[in-house]
Design a protein around this ligand. Structure first.
Ligand SMILES: Nc1ncnc2c1ncn2[C@@H]1O[C@H](COP(=O)(O)OP(=O)(O)OP(=O)(O)O)[C@@H](O)[C@H]1O
Length: 276
């Protein structure tokens, strides 16, 4: 894999949809993932800037989740380069990606049922009060306070943060998962179909949190099949088809019908002709 570790993300150019402002927070070049003979991700050049909310759309099996797994290092990429926050990165696992500032919220929530809200938020990165050799005394008060601040930033109301997660509704759980991103002031949030399993009210609550992130200038990659949601919440839509990017569209220059044409293969932007 490439080792030009100091290359700046802003040094390079990639296909863009219209004029952009803000520094690049994440950029990929030629990102590729093969599972044996399955070419799940092929030569993907993608970028997102600080403050931008970008939707990733595509049919089932188009490669959207595979793309996320490569940039969050849940899997190791076959080839290609990734820059995050101004430096070349090759994370050795998801914890390293998270520590660098990439927070991911999955549809299937990675929450521990038997733990309360602060314990879930700080799982794997607990605040330590005192270290005594191999033992640590955790700073529960600081973690509870940080949790309250994170929830406040998202506007999420959890009656008692010391209740275990197992008794919460799907919407509350999803909000707790998203509150992580607010608690740790992540540099980039990725949400993979965050409302697919939620009801109408719970979906509205999650969408409000996404708007809060936008107002705070925090960048977001949103994977969603929900056109209304994408059009409401995102500045730009990048469409994947058969493992490749086939369109990069500014919201104000497209509409739902146009996006569907790219998703189904009826259209391909000329610069992505290889996507076929
Ligand atoms: N671990 C794996 N081993 C083999 N093939 C895989 C693996 N993971 C994904 N694939 C294949 O890679 C392709 C892309 O899958 P991926 O899950 O990224 O699609 P997706 O766009 O996220 O789809 P969906 O919207 O259904 O979640 C598919 O053909 C899928 O079958």
């Amino acid at each position: 894999m490439a080792s030009d570790s100091q290359t700046k993300a802003t040094d390079r150019t990639a296909p863009q949809a219209g004029a952009q402002t803000g520094e690049v927070i994440l950029r990929t070049e030629g990102l590729t993932k093969h599972y044996g003979g399955v070419h799940a991700l092929v030569d993907c050049n993608f970028e997102i800037r600080k403050g931008e909310h970008v939707a990733i759309m595509g049919d089932n099996g188009a490669g959207k989740s595979t793309f996320v797994r490569q940039i969050t290092a849940v899997e190791q990429r076959t080839s290609g380069k990734v820059w995050f926050d101004g430096r070349y990165v090759d994370f050795d696992g998801p914890l390293a990606a998270r520590e660098a500032g990439i927070e991911t919220v999955y549809q299937t929530l990675a929450l521990a049922d038997h733990l309360d809200v602060p314990d879930n938020l700080f799982l794997g990165r607990e605040k330590v009060k005192v270290r005594l050799g191999p033992f640590s005394i955790l700073d529960y008060k600081a973690m509870r306070e940080a949790t309250m601040r994170g929830l406040e930033r998202t506007g999420v109301k959890i009656p008692n943060i010391r209740n275990t997660i197992e008794n919460m509704s799907g919407g509350q759980r999803q909000c707790v998962a998203i509150a992580r991103t607010a608690t740790f002031h992540s540099k980039l949030t990725i949400m993979d179909e965050p409302t697919a399993a939620l009801g109408v009210q719970e979906t509205a609550q999650v969408e409000n949190i996404i708007r809060t992130l936008k107002e705070a200038g925090e960048p977001l990659i949103l994977i969603s099949h929900n056109m209304r949601q994408v059009m409401d919440l995102c500045d730009r839509i990048v469409v994947w088809r058969r493992g490749r990017i086939c369109a990069n569209l500014r919201k104000e220059e497209t509409d739902g019908q146009d996006v569907v044409a790219y998703i189904t293969g009826a259209k391909t932007q000329p610069e992505y002709e290889a996507a076929g």
